[in-house]
Design a binder for this molecule. Structure first.
Ligand SMILES: Cc1cc2nc3c(=O)[nH]c(=O)nc-3n(C[C@H](O)[C@H](O)[C@H](O)COP(=O)(O)O)c2cc1C
Length: 253
């Protein structure tokens, strides 16, 4: 069973019949794993196929990588091209984030999507923050570090900052609101993975710096949980074999 949403229905076969085979293009048209066959009556209405949003249908999945495969395939990818993911893709990632579990339904997250020149502003703020942390700013090494800091946000065409404003005032235990935001970030990474996009969850000292936080309208005690660097991979996915779960697990019965 797959829940079809109206925006998922793109490029249906031109033939108006009860059987459709199409790509769910928001998952990436080129990916065969996203092809599904629909056996359902879809009425044509003014050239548009009317399907009730959120309607549940039985679909035959031709080839589909499930969540487990996406989890296993996902890797941090540091090198991305400057090709920008579409607004629709970014919105799908943000939407996925909002479905993360969160205690007392505090929905603690707030997102900032930075593209284009906004990355330059973030680089400037990050460099200012680093400059304030350095004891000597005049040396050649310090100047090189500041220049590198300024360039960091250009490592990806899109950066999504996942923040928690007003953390102290949220209902519930503080760490649980951070955990909920972290779960939201993982939803984002996996949704991007499913679309064939590259991600890198970055923090670093910049994420904890009050000057950077202030730029995002945060108080010093608030949190930047992640800078999600997002784009298309410029390198092949690195391999990482995690420690087998058996080593980390105690079964009690
Ligand atoms: C909270 C958090 C912060 C991270 N910050 C950084 C970072 O600042 N720079 C970086 O290169 N990777 C960062 N990472 C990514 C990890 O380095 C990466 O997930 C780890 O090496 C495992 O690799 P994988 O994601 O490919 O499985 C961060 C991950 C988490 C969960």
């Amino acid at each position: 069973m797959l829940i079809i949403q109206e925006h998922d229905l793109r490029n249906p076969s031109p033939k108006h019949s009860s059987s459709y085979r199409f790509n769910i293009d928001s998952l990436g048209t080129s990916s065969p794993r996203c092809q599904v066959s629909l056996n359902v009556n879809i009425a044509e209405d003014g050239g548009l196929f009317s399907v009730k949003d959120g309607e549940a249908m039985n679909v035959e999945v031709a080839s589909y990588a499930g969540i487990f495969e996406s989890i296993k395939q996902r890797r941090s990818i540091g090198h991305m091209t400057q090709q920008q993911p579409t607004r629709e893709q970014i919105e799908r990632i943000l939407e996925a984030a909002t479905y993360a579990p969160n205690h007392y339904v505090t929905e603690p997250w707030k997102f900032f999507v930075l593209t284009g020149a906004a990355r330059e502003q973030l680089g400037r703020v990050m460099a200012e923050a680093l400059e304030a942390r350095l004891t000597d700013t005049s040396s050649h090494r310090a100047q090189a570090m500041l220049a590198a800091e300024r360039r960091k946000p250009f490592r990806a065409p899109v950066i999504i900052a996942v923040t928690i404003p007003g953390l102290r005032h949220l209902h519930g235990v503080e760490v649980e609101n951070i955990e909920a935001a972290a779960a939201a970030v993982q939803n984002m990474l996996l949704t991007a993975e499913e679309m064939g996009l590259a991600t890198l969850w970055r923090t670093g000292e910049a994420a904890y710096d009050p000057h950077v936080k202030q730029w995002f309208g945060l108080a010093p005690e608030d949190h930047i949980v992640a800078f999600v660097y997002l784009g298309y991979p410029a390198v092949s996915r690195p391999t990482r074999v995690p420690t087998p779960f058996g080593v980390k697990t105690t079964w009690l019965s």
